[in-house]
Design a protein. Structure first.
Length: 86
């Protein structure tokens, strides 16, 4: 049975090209449907440009959400990337 998972991350730095690329690469490894929510926008983080277009900045909260067989692992992996962004 598919599961869902969600967590909020306060960004330590602006969401620029390097962490956006890491997010896109990580999101593509999971079978679950993954989403990032930021200030009323929801995107699929498998695309670097979509992640960068969010315009998420340091000190703001991004919600990571996933639904599927590996949802918990997907949310955990993406949240870790977001918390390490520099």
């Amino acid at each position: 049975m598919p599961t869902s998972s969600e967590t909020s991350v306060v960004l330590p730095a602006h969401l620029h090209a390097r962490p956006a690329g890491q997010l896109a690469q990580a999101a593509g490894r999971f079978s679950s449907a993954v989403q990032l929510d930021y200030e009323g926008q929801t995107i699929n983080p498998t695309g670097v440009l979509a992640v960068m277009a969010l315009g998420a900045t340091a000190g703001k909260t991004v919600v990571v959400r996933a639904e599927g067989e590996d949802a918990e692992e997907a949310v955990s992996a993406l949240a870790e990337i977001l918390t390490r962004a520099e």
